[in-house]
Design a binder for this molecule. Structure first.
Ligand code: FES
Length: 174
């Protein structure tokens, strides 16, 4: 009889031991979770956008009558130098649903890979679902003569309109 009570007592003790450990495990897990949440609070997940103003080299870096796509990946823009030497900065954000259009030098067009919209060298849409021309951003130059793009100033493409005509201020003559 005594043996039965002893083994029952052992079972109860080991059960109590298990519950105590479970309780401590829960408390420790809670504390670790809280600590991680606190650390995450001080280091939030922030989307670091490229700055609104940035330089894109000097005028002499650009050939007449050419589209420069060097800043496509970093800023989603192209800088175009027209035959007369003037510049403009075209946004590569497709006016359909916002994919990034590519410059196709062999065809002389901007082409959106998502749904096939096409834009001529001036950014005017002529095929696909894009409802209007590509936007432009303000292009200026620093006192040191560097070209500077200001993406906070947008010249919105308007259906059927040439941005050269409606936004002469989008053209930079140096
Ligand atoms: S997002 Fe460019 S064609 Fe649809």
């Amino acid at each position: 009889m005594k043996g039965i009570f002893e083994s029952l007592e052992e079972i109860l003790l080991s059960r109590r031991d298990f519950l105590v450990k479970l309780g401590w495990g829960g408390i420790i897990s809670f504390l670790i979770g809280s600590a991680i949440a606190t650390v995450k609070f001080f280091f939030p997940r922030v989307l670091f956008e490229s700055p609104a103003r940035f330089t894109v080299g000097k005028p002499e870096d650009y050939s007449f009558g050419k589209v420069n796509a060097s800043y496509k990946d970093s800023h989603r823009i192209c800088v175009v130098r027209k035959e007369d030497g003037s510049f403009f900065c075209v946004s590569l954000i497709c006016t359909h649903l916002g994919c990034t259009a590519n410059w196709k030098p062999s065809e002389g067009i901007f082409h959106c890979p998502c749904h096939g919209s096409k834009f001529d060298r001036m950014g005017i849409n002529f095929a696909g679902p894009a409802p209007r021309p590509l936007d432009r951003f303000k292009l200026d130059h620093t006192p040191e003569g560097e070209l500077i793009v200001d993406k906070s100033v947008i010249y919105k493409g308007i259906f059927g309109m040439n941005s050269d005509v409606i936004y002469p201020q989008s053209l930079l003559k140096v």
